[in-house]
Design a protein around this ligand. Structure first.
Ligand SMILES: [Zn+2]
Length: 474
């Protein structure tokens, strides 16, 4: 018998090894392919209908706000809840640029198989039982409370506007509502053409900036307290209307009639919302100092949380005349502020000068997504403490603690921002002194004209609801 040469033997062995390897990989592929394609390390669900297997979106109490059933995205069974949450949750499209279903779509459609799936090691139980595999993306739990969302939407009624409440100790946004809104389950056909839906894809709490009106007096006051310590002890006489720079500035009572506030201090100027006082203060502080403090308090800079880019609040007095600079100190001229920025200023005041960063996502796939993160300081502790006292006394002596939920002991500042002849946006911002419910908030009702009729009742309804939720342990 002819001896097989060692070279031929080597080729034989290599060929055998090749086929053995090929067979191994083929068998392996047949057995484990389902695991591989569904392995969290390397798989995103096909995007022909991106949300057909997407994970659930839940509110802070586990209420399901969105889920995928039989290849369809299904939202909460109640229309009001769907409408109240659409700007946070999103719809099937990606038109709400700041919604979780837009900014976290890849997380939601990321298949996170909950069975025993370790690459190459055994089969998940579901294979063994012969059940049909239904892939499901990763669940996201939010910090919002759908009960507060609904209360806010109902309280806003027909007003366009926004509501934002967040925990000034942890950063959790518990309520963020924007109007006009729509039902993501039945998107109106005329949403693009009907003026009633103008800006319906916009989450106004983070994507709209408005003239802040008198709420901006908090910024001017913080600047004055920091630049001129002891200013709170000096008196000023408001004569109702005066020349400031090249033109006049006037004070108005709630009903729009010009009013002289008489002898006032910084505290009474804030609680009675004296325009002349803060206009003259802005002029005395000058462009550089006013800009410096406005920027410390969030203006002219970007903010991002949970992948959401917040529209920038604007304070630009570079081309302002003296009178315009004066009006900027009462939140008029070209000053623009987002509701979330305003809530953060109130949070800073409640928190000794530094706000916590807000966030919306509690967990992704069961893992904690956010921790308590301090933002940059907005003001000194002494300025914050003084403003705290001033907002407290503003409610105590001017609005009445019963105006809000008395139990939560709310400190606040209202504002009406002129946007035309006898037309104004209505604002209120504030925080709960009761630390069992540490919420800071901002509410805007567009063209609401009167804060006490349009904005304060909205804040109040959400606060009463928050107090109830607090008692029920939510
Ligand atoms: Zn005045």
């Amino acid at each position: 018998m002819k001896k097989i040469g060692s070279r031929t033997f080597m080729i034989f062995l290599m060929t055998l090894a090749f086929f053995a390897g090929l067979t191994y990989h083929t068998v392996n592929l047949m057995v484990h392919s389902q695991e591989w394609v569904t392995h969290p390390m390397n798989f995103h669900l096909p995007d022909h209908d991106e949300l057909e297997y997407a994970g659930k979106i839940l509110d802070r109490n586990g209420v399901v706000l969105a889920q995928s059933i039989d290849h369809r995205r299904v939202y909460h069974p109640e229309e009001t809840v769907r409408k109240a949450c659409v700007h946070v949750v999103g719809d099937n499209s990606v038109k709400i640029g700041t919604a979780v279903q837009t900014v976290r779509r890849s997380s939601l459609t990321h298949f996170d198989y909950s069975g025993n799936i370790v690459f190459g090691l055994g089969l998940p139980d579901v294979f063994k039982s012969g059940q049909e595999i239904v892939p499901r993306g990763t669940d996201i739990r939010l910090t919002i409370d759908s009960t507060l969302q609904t209360a806010a939407l109902e309280a806003l009624g027909d007003y366009k506007g926004a509501v934002v409440f967040y925990n000034y100790k942890t950063g959790e946004i518990v309520c963020m509502v924007s109007t006009p809104t729509y039902d993501p389950q039945n998107v109106p056909e005329d949403i693009e053409t009907n003026p009633a839906y103008d800006g319906a894809y916009l989450n106004r709490a983070v994507s709209a900036a408005y003239p802040p009106g008198s709420t901006f007096k908090l910024v001017t006051a913080a600047a004055a307290i920091s630049e001129a310590p002891g200013i709170e002890n000096t008196e000023y006489e408001c004569i109702g209307k005066d020349t400031v720079g090249e033109d006049t500035v006037s004070c108005f009572a709630v009903n729009g009639i010009p009013t002289a506030h008489g002898k006032i201090t910084l505290k009474t100027a804030l609680s009675q919302s004296c325009n002349l006082y803060f206009a003259k203060l802005a002029l005395a502080l000058g462009k550089d100092r006013m800009t410096y403090y406005a920027e410390k308090m969030g203006f002219n800079s970007s903010l991002e949380f949970d992948g959401i880019s917040v529209k920038s609040s604007l304070y630009n007095v570079s081309d302002a005349t003296e009178n315009q600079l004066a009006w900027s100190g009462v939140g008029q001229y070209t000053v623009l502020e987002t509701p979330i920025n305003m809530a953060m200023i109130s949070a800073a005041i409640a928190n000794g000068g530094t706000p916590v960063m807000p966030y919306l996502i509690e967990t992704i796939g069961g893992k904690q997504e956010n921790t308590v993160t301090m933002a940059k300081p907005m003001m000194s502790k002494s300025a914050a403490d003084l403003l705290y006292e001033m907002m407290d006394e503003t409610v105590l002596y001017n609005y009445g603690k019963d105006t809000f939920c008395a139990e939560l002991d709310v400190c606040a500042k209202t504002g009406t921002a002129e946007v035309g002849e006898n037309i104004a946006h209505a604002w209120v911002t504030g925080f709960c002194k009761n630390e069992a419910c540490p919420l800071a908030f901002a509410v805007i009702a567009e063209y609401g004209n009167n804060s006490f009729q349009a904005a304060v009742p909205v804040a109040s309804k959400v606060l009463y609801c928050a107090a109830e939720q607090m008692k029920s342990g939510n």
